[in-house]
Design a protein around this ligand. Structure first.
Ligand SMILES: NC(=O)c1ccc[n+]([C@@H]2O[C@H](COP(=O)([O-])OP(=O)(O)OC[C@H]3O[C@@H](n4cnc5c(N)ncnc54)[C@H](OP(=O)(O)O)[C@@H]3O)[C@@H](O)[C@H]2O)c1
Length: 446
């Protein structure tokens, strides 16, 4: 084990983009100079031991294509289980990793997620696909979202006697569960070497727009767009994390609070927050009858051939941005940004997985409503046939006021997330104090 060894955690790895990310991590790491001096350990989570072992088999098979022998092995896998709608399950995984020999975490890809949709509005699907395939497949308006989905109670046997607040299921699976996991794993990110600080990579979506986040309904419980709401939350959290106005909340969040007996680690770096999205891929996140699924796939191919840079179709192509961010150094990320936008003093970008008509994969800076390309108001330049390439119809460049209000919303979001975190932590600590030593893989606190 050397400081050149890398450790990357990927959530929701048994299917779709999570599996694609793990496969792509293998390929890109082995093709990089980093593989000459170190190893990569991919810690991947699924929701059951069976899914974990099936995923391990799939990853070993993928690795075997590279033909490495046992003696020159460069990639290792570590299956773990977590249910992101259960805070106790997240706590158990955090304690397990924290108490293990894992020296640090270089990156986490916050990939797992659910849609919370019941189906499609068929007339609207057909109409929008026939009249504008690129926009319809990239910014669909026809998904039917379920309203008010909540998680199971967090504590057994009605521990808080009917007083336990509800947690939105889509909110918890996509955002809050990950938010808590990252916080509880914070000592591992902080133990990353300074040249490779711990990277927290939110997997958001090209679809998320300003109207999707409603601050009066922070968990998206009253919204039929709870999914898009959580994805906008990811944008707000990642893109505003380095703003002076969010510093108080971000400092509290990045200060470790979970004390676990076990290996102590040095504090070597401050974690960094990054925003990624996979473009559009056909996965099981939306449940469709197989023939409909095939039409959906064809629709995304058509969008790609008609010029959409986001029509990735496969999870492997969709995994490009998260994989690149997980392995890139801070200098690589800055260089890519300078290459795309010129050397500006702007803030972070939302990095998307993009594809050309022939299926060549590349990383592309994505326009974010209210933030623009990097929070400087820099104009969107990619034009194609009189329209904007890879941008939602009707989008405009973010003005100074737009960016100010985006940051102000980021401040409120960070504040609300921190309030929710401390509120639930207090409940969990009370519960754990009374149930010390019981299951969930807990180890005693020092
Ligand atoms: N597909 C796209 O075009 C697209 C576009 C934009 C963003 N994304 C994002 O990409 C991510 C992956 O989605 P996908 O398309 O690859 O979908 P997917 O194939 O359905 O994969 C979702 C993964 O998340 C896991 N998961 C779901 N709920 C969980 C929970 N409560 N706790 C722990 N794990 C949970 C699933 O596990 P199980 O198998 O056990 O359910 C599965 O491994 C999501 O965050 C999604 O929002 C996808």
């Amino acid at each position: 084990m050397t400081t050149a060894d890398q450790y990357v955690l990927v959530t929701g790895a048994n299917s779709g983009l999570g599996l694609g990310t793990c496969c792509r991590l293998i390929d890109e790491y082995l093709a990089s100079p980093q593989a000459e001096n170190g190893t990569l350990t991919i810690i991947f989570t699924t929701r059951s031991a069976r899914k974990g072992s099936e995923t391990l088999t799939a990853l070993e098979k993928h690795l075997a294509r590279h033909g490495s022998s046992k003696s020159d092995r460069k990639i290792y896998f570590q299956p773990e289980n977590v249910e992101l709608t259960s805070l106790l399950s997240i706590r158990a995984l955090s304690r397990k990793l924290f108490a293990s020999d894992l020296p640090h975490l270089n990156a986490i890809v916050l990939n797992a997620g659910i849609g919370g949709w019941s189906g499609l509005n068929w007339p609207l699907t057909i109409w929008t696909c026939l009249t504008g395939i690129r926009q319809a497949t990239t910014w669909p308006t026809f998904k039917l979202g379920l309203v008010g989905l909540v998680t199971k109670p967090q504590f057994p046997q009605d521990y808080f006697a009917g007083e336990e607040p509800v947690l939105g299921e889509v909110f918890c699976a996509n955002t809050f569960g990950h938010y808590m996991l990252v916080h509880w794993l914070m000592p591992l990110f902080r133990a990353s070497p300074a040249e490779f600080p711990g990277k927290i990579i939110w997997s958001t979506s090209i679809e998320a727009c300003g109207r999707h986040y409603n601050p009066d309904d922070h968990q998206g419980l009253k919204s039929s767009g709870a999914y898009e709401h959580t994805k906008r939350l990811g944008d707000l959290l990642a893109l505003t994390a380095a703003q002076p106005a969010t510093a108080k909340s971000v400092n509290e969040y990045t200060t470790p609070s979970l004390l676990v007996a076990g290996r102590s680690r040095p504090e070597q770096s401050e974690p960094m927050f990054l925003d990624s999205h996979p473009g559009i891929c056909t996965t099981t996140i939306i449940s469709l009858f197989w023939i409909v699924h095939e039409f959906y796939r064809l629709g995304i191919y058509l969008a790609r051939w008609c010029g959409s840079p986001w029509g990735n179709v496969t999870a492997y192509l969709g995994a490009a941005s998260a994989t690149w961010l997980a392995l890139a150094s801070v200098t690589d990320i800055q260089a890519k940004k300078d290459e795309a936008l010129g050397a500006t003093s702007g803030g972070p970008c939302k990095w998307g997985s993009s594809v050309d008509r022939l299926g060549n994969s590349y990383i592309r800076v994505t326009d974010v409503e209210g933030w623009g390309l990097d929070g400087t108001g820099q104009p969107f330049k990619d034009k194609w046939w009189g329209g904007s390439l890879g941008r939602k119809t009707g989008s405009t460049d973010a003005t100074e006021e737009d960016v100010e209000s985006f940051v102000a919303q980021g401040v409120r979001v960070w504040g609300k997330m921190e309030a929710l975190r401390t509120d639930w932590e207090a409940r969990i600590e009370k519960y754990e104090a009374e149930h010390q030593g019981e299951s969930n893989g807990h180890v005693s606190e020092s």
